[in-house]
Design a protein around this ligand. Structure first.
Ligand SMILES: Cc1cc2nc3c(=O)[nH]c(=O)nc-3n(C[C@H](O)[C@H](O)[C@H](O)COP(=O)(O)OP(=O)(O)OC[C@H]3O[C@@H](n4cnc5c(N)ncnc54)[C@H](O)[C@@H]3O)c2cc1C
Length: 388
C-alpha cells in the first residue's frame, strides 16, 4: 500500500501494543463500561496521546499517516480507546490551528504528556448535526466569560480535564477552553450506549461557569465554522481509520471461526454463501484502508482536497465497517449475539461510527455538493479525464 519503512515500523509497533495491552482486555472494558486509568496512563506514557502534537510543544511530531495507523490499530482492539485518541487529538489540533502562541505554550505540552485530557463539548440535546444551532449561553462579565447551558454526548467527558466547548456569544457560535475544575461545571456519565461503551461519555452541565477571556479559542462567531470544523475534520479522519480497524477485526474473526466450525459435515468456509461475506469484508477492508491512506497523504501534503478525501474515507469506512460487523455476527450465528465473543461489540461500535463526526447522511449531503462542484461542466456523453 505504498507505506514508507518508518510507517511500516510504526504500524508494527502499534499493532503489537494493541495485541498485548488492548485485545485481551477490551471485552472487559466493554462489560464494565469504563476505561481503567492505568490504560490512559500507558497510552500517554508511550507518547500515543501526543503523537501528532508538534515536537516543539512536547509531542511526537508524527505525520497524519502515522496517526491514522495508530487509530487503525486501536480501532481493531477497542473502539473506545480509539475514541480517546480521536477526541484528545481533536482538542490539541484545534489549539494548534487556532490558538495564540500563549495558548499553545500553555496547553499543548500538557496535552502531549497526558497531564490534561481533552474532550469536545459541541453537541447539545437540541443541537446535533446542525452544530451551528448550539444554545449554551456565553455572556460577559469584566475579564470573564460566564457559561450557562447543557452539553451532551461528550466522549470521555467523565474523565476529561480540558473541554473544547462551543457556546454562543451575541456574535454567534464561539469556542472556549474550559478546565474541569471550573466552579459550576459538572458532568453526568451516560451509560448503556449501543457501542463505544467504555468511552465514559458524559453530559456537561454549566451553571454560571466563569472562564477567563484569554481562554477564547479563535475569534468570536468562528467557533463552529473554523475551530470545531478543524477539529472535526481530523476527527473524521481518525474515525475512518478506526473503522479500518473494525473491518480488520471482523475479517480476522470470521476467517478464524469459519476455519473451525462445522455445519452439514463441512467447515463453514466450505459454504459459498459464507465465503461471499468473507470476500466482501476483505474487499471493504482493503478499499477503506486505501481511502484512509489517500486522505492521510493529502493531509500531510496540506492539499485542499484532504477535506473531501477524509469525508469520503469516513463515509466509506464507517458504512463498510457496519456491513462487515453485521456479517461477522451472522457468520458466528448465536455465538455472535453473545457476550462470549467480541462480535456484538464490533456491531455496536460500527453503528456509532455511522453517527459521530458527521453522520452517514451528512457525509452524503456534503459529498454530493463536492460532486456537483467538481463536475459542474460535466457532459452527458464522454466527459473529460479527471484523474488526479
Ligand atoms: C457514542 C457517541 C459519542 C459522541 N461523542 C461526541 C463528542 O465527543 N462531542 C460532541 O460534541 N458530540 C458527540 N456525539 C454526538 C454526535 O456528534 C451527534 O450524535 C451527531 O452529530 C448527530 O447528531 P444527533 O445525534 O443529534 O442526530 P440528529 O442531528 O438529530 O440527526 C438524526 C438523524 O437525521 C439525519 N439528518 C440530520 N440532518 C440531516 C440532513 N441535513 N440531511 C439528511 N439527514 C439528516 C442524521 O443523519 C440522523 O440519521 C457523540 C455521539 C455518540 C452516539
Amino acid at each position: 500500500m505504498g507505506l514508507t519503512p518508518e510507517h511500516l515500523a510504526a504500524e508494527a509497533e502499534f499493532q503489537q501494543f494493541v495485541d498485548q495491552h488492548v485485545v485481551p482486555f477490551a471485552d472487559e472494558f466493554h462489560r464494565t463500561q469504563r476505561t481503567p486509568p492505568e490504560v490512559v496512563r500507558t497510552l500517554s506514557e508511550r507518547g500515543y496521546l501526543g503523537l501528532s502534537i508538534p515536537k516543539q510543544f512536547g509531542g511526537g511530531g508524527r505525520d497524519a499517516i502515522t496517526l491514522g495507523l495508530l487509530a487503525g490499530a486501536l480501532g481493531r482492539g477497542c473502539s473506545s480507546l480509539r475514541s480517546l485518541l480521536t477526541v484528545h487529538t481533536m482538542v490539541a489540533h484545534a489549539i494548534w490551528r487556532w490558538g495564540t502562541q500563549a495558548q499553545k505554550e500553555a496547553w499543548l505540552p500538557k496535552l502531549a504528556s497526558g497531564t490534561r485530557l481533552g474532550a469536545l463539548a459541541l453537541s447539545e440535546p437540541n443541537a446535533g448535526s446542525d452544530a451551528k444551532s448550539v444554545a449554551t449561553r456565553i455572556s460577559e462579565d469584566g475579564e470573564s466569560f460566564v457559561l450557562d447551558g447543557h452539553k451532551t454526548w461528550t466522549t470521555y467527558g467523565e474523565i476529561a480535564t480540558l473541554f473544547l466547548l462551543i457556546g454562543r456569544t451575541q456574535e454567534g457560535p464561539t469556542a472556549l477552553l474550559v478546565e474541569r475544575e471550573t466552579a459550576g461545571l459538572r458532568t453526568e456519565l451516560i451509560t448503556d450506549l449501543i457501542g463505544v461503551r467504555a468511552s465514559m461519555t458524559a453530559s456537561v452541565r454549566l451553571d454560571g461557569c466563569r472562564v477567563p477571556k484569554e481562554n477564547l479559542l479563535g475569534r468570536r462567531a468562528l467557533g463552529v465554522s473554523h475551530v470545531a470544523s478543524a477539529a472535526l475534520d481530523l476527527g473524521r479522519y481518525t474515525v475512518a481509520w478506526g473503522c479500518v480497524g473494525i473491518l480488520d477485526a471482523c475479517l480476522q474473526a470470521s476467517v478464524a471461526y469459519t476455519n473451525q466450525r462445522k455445519q452439514f459435515d463441512v467447515l463453514l468456509k466450505e459454504h459459498q454463501l459464507v465465503r461471499c461475506m468473507v470476500s466482501d469484508m476483505l474487499t471493504d477492508f482493503r478499499a477503506a484502508k486505501l481511502l484512509c491512506l489517500e486522505a492521510g497523504r493529502l493531509r500531510d501534503a496540506k492539499d485542499p482536497g484532504a477535506l473531501e478525501a477524509a469525508s469520503i474515507a469516513k463515509y466509506f469506512a464507517s458504512t463498510a465497517a457496519m456491513r462487515a460487523a453485521s456479517n461477522a455476527v451472522q457468520i458466528y450465528g448465536a455465538n455472535g449475539c453473545s457476550g462470549d465473543y467480541p462480535l456484538q461489540r464490533y456491531l455496536g461500535d460500527a453503528k456509532v461510527m455511522e453517527i459521530i463526526e458527521g453522520s452517514t447522511q451528512i457525509q452524503q449531503v456534503t459529498l454530493a455538493e463536492y460532486a456537483y462542484q467538481e463536475y459542474a461542466g460535466a457532459r452527458v456523453r464522454g466527459g473529460t479525464a479527471r484523474w488526479r
